[in-house]
Design a protein around this ligand. Structure first.
Ligand SMILES: C[C@H](CCC(=O)NCCS(=O)(=O)O)[C@H]1CC[C@H]2[C@@H]3[C@H](O)C[C@@H]4C[C@H](O)CC[C@]4(C)[C@H]3C[C@H](O)[C@]12C
Length: 324
């Protein structure tokens, strides 16, 4: 399972937890403006916005999991098993494969508003990258600094939802995730006041009791509620350090610890990496399961007018600062 989110202080931040039991050797990948993007059923983009994000590079192509372009538009793909349906090529529509979706959107657009218009004629076509990388059942969160949407390709076609929470996890479909929040409207950061009965006396014996009932398990429906509550109540200073610290705390509230989610005998889903991109400055920060130190890659320190992909392998080893 995964969780994606955005967050605004002085700057805007976008990132995700990638939760899985194995890795596809993903790297922090910068695609410069003149890297030629070929699309299986649409015209190539010879020049486009530059972007930075996490990707597996296969046959010279960046298969992005999440990314931000130089205009600050961001996008992440999260698992949507059993619900994602991709369709045969549809004449007269823009046919884009799921693995091309992030480059195609981030290559061209600056705002969620522009993306919404483009999605009106889009068809996510059921073509896989190759046999090693078959179609992934995904849905997507797309954010700029003022709004977010969720995009789901289902049996009925492409669904685009406004996402006022700025959070995405996995199943169920997004409208159900939003509806489920109704069940938690009583949760609060404030101490509770009783409406239980006038006939009993109640004791607020602990801090945090206003949010008793906030789910703590790792299911996707629960993570959606937990991440939404944490994000929407988040308070932080506006500096870079305070902002990214708070962002990683939000993601940490729904991180997966090895041992708690067994996906097959002795195989456990974990939070492989957590990312946080400052979408205004193009700096991509990440931590990994074993490396809690924040590592950063700045897209503007690369030649963005180039043609070749630039990628940085993840630093997975724990970095300990000894004080004596
Ligand atoms: C599985 C990842 C999402 C994390 C998640 O939700 N895991 C939960 C697993 S489960 O429900 O509990 O089984 C997704 C996010 C981005 C995906 C990758 C990107 O879409 C890029 C390529 C796309 C190719 O079609 C398949 C390989 C791939 C490299 C994808 C593999 C996998 O599907 C990834 C890594």
């Amino acid at each position: 399972m995964c969780t994606g989110a955005n967050y605004t202080t002085r700057d805007h931040y976008f990132g995700r937890n990638l939760d899985l039991e194995f890795s596809y050797n993903e790297t922090v990948t910068v695609t410069p403006r003149n890297f030629p993007f070929a699309f299986r059923r649409s015209e190539s983009l010879v020049t486009h916005h530059a972007m930075i994000g996490m990707a597996t590079i296969a046959d010279g192509y960046p298969l992005y999991y999440d990314a931000t372009n130089e205009q600050g538009l961001s996008m992440a793909g999260l698992n949507f098993p059993g619900n994602a349906v991709y369709h045969p090529e549809a004449p007269g529509r823009t046919n884009i494969t799921p693995f091309e979706f992030i480059p195609w959107i981030l290559g061209q657009f600056e705002t969620v508003g522009e993306v919404k218009s483009a999605l009106e004629t889009m068809n996510l076509v059921d073509i896989s990258f190759n046999e090693t990388f078959p179609l992934s059942p995904l849905h997507w969160i797309i954010s700029d600094r003022t709004e977010s949407i969720t995009v789901e390709s289902v049996a009925e076609g492409l669904r685009v939802y406004d996402n006022p929470v700025g959070v995405l996890t996995n199943n169920p479909p997004f409208d159900m995730q939003m509806f489920n929040l109704n069940n938690f409207m009583h949760l609060s950061k404030h101490p509770p006041e009783t409406h239980f009965s006038d006939e009993l006396e109640f004791d607020v014996y602990s801090r945090g009791m206003g949010a008793i009932g906030l789910p703590g398990d790792l299911s996707s429906a629960s993570r959606f509620v937990k991440a939404a509550f944490t994000k929407l109540n988040s308070v932080s200073g506006e500096t870079e350090s305070e902002s990214i610290s708070q962002f990683f705390q939000i993601l940490g509230s729904v991180a997966q610890q090895r041992g708690c989610v067994e996906v097959s005998p002795d195989e456990f889903e974990i939070t492989i990496y957590s990312s946080c991109c400052n979408t205004d400055t193009g700096v991509y920060y990440y931590t990994t399961y074993e490396n809690s130190r924040i590592t950063a890659v700045d897209m503007h320190r690369e030649d963005l007018d180039g043609r070749a992909l630039i990628d940085y392998p993840l630093i997975h080893e724990q970095q300990i600062l000894r004080q004596n």
